[in-house]
Write a protein that binds this ligand. Structure first.
Ligand SMILES: [Zn+2]
Length: 150
């Protein structure tokens, strides 16, 4: 278990596009565990992307208050977006900033777990917004790029 330093804007990794993970091996599993441990160590955090710890891999973790453990998404693809919600967002990498972002009300996401198995998950509300926020990180997009109201 290792807690990683969360990089803050304007760290270059936050603006870089993360690369697909070709082989899910022990090294990837270790990094995924570190990402989950880091998120779980931060009370206010509900999601953390690999970019935020300076790792340019397509991987993020999500843990809402009602979740016992973080869910790890490797090589995620959002396959469906439905509806619209106004999401009040902040980011662990952008301390002191928040704003309203338009997000889908629900999303379907396909990803791999740490065993390399593909899974599909449908999420709504806060979980859907969080997944979109973390997914954006993998493409170097920060939430305030999408803010309509500060
Ligand atoms: Zn963020």
């Amino acid at each position: 278990m290792a807690i990683r330093k969360v990089q803050e804007d304007p760290h270059p990794a936050l603006r870089a596009k993360a690369k697909p993970i070709k082989v899910i091996n022990e090294r990837v599993r270790r990094q995924a565990a570190d990402l989950a441990d880091t998120l779980e160590s931060i009370d206010i955090g509900i999601g953390l992307a690999a970019n935020q710890v300076g790792l340019l891999w397509r991987m993020f973790v999500v843990r809402l208050p009602e979740d016992e453990r973080a869910t790890i998404f490797i090589n995620p693809e959002i396959t469906e977006r439905e509806g619209i919600q106004e999401s009040n967002e902040g980011c662990l990498s952008c301390p002191g900033r928040n704003g309203i972002v338009e997000r889908p009300q629900s999303v379907t996401i396909r990803a791999q777990d740490i065993g390399g198995n593909e899974f599909t998950l449908k999420a709504e509300g806060l979980r859907a917004a969080c997944i979109c926020h973390e997914y954006d990180h993998l493409d170097g997009i920060l939430f305030y790029d999408r803010v309509t109201t500060e």
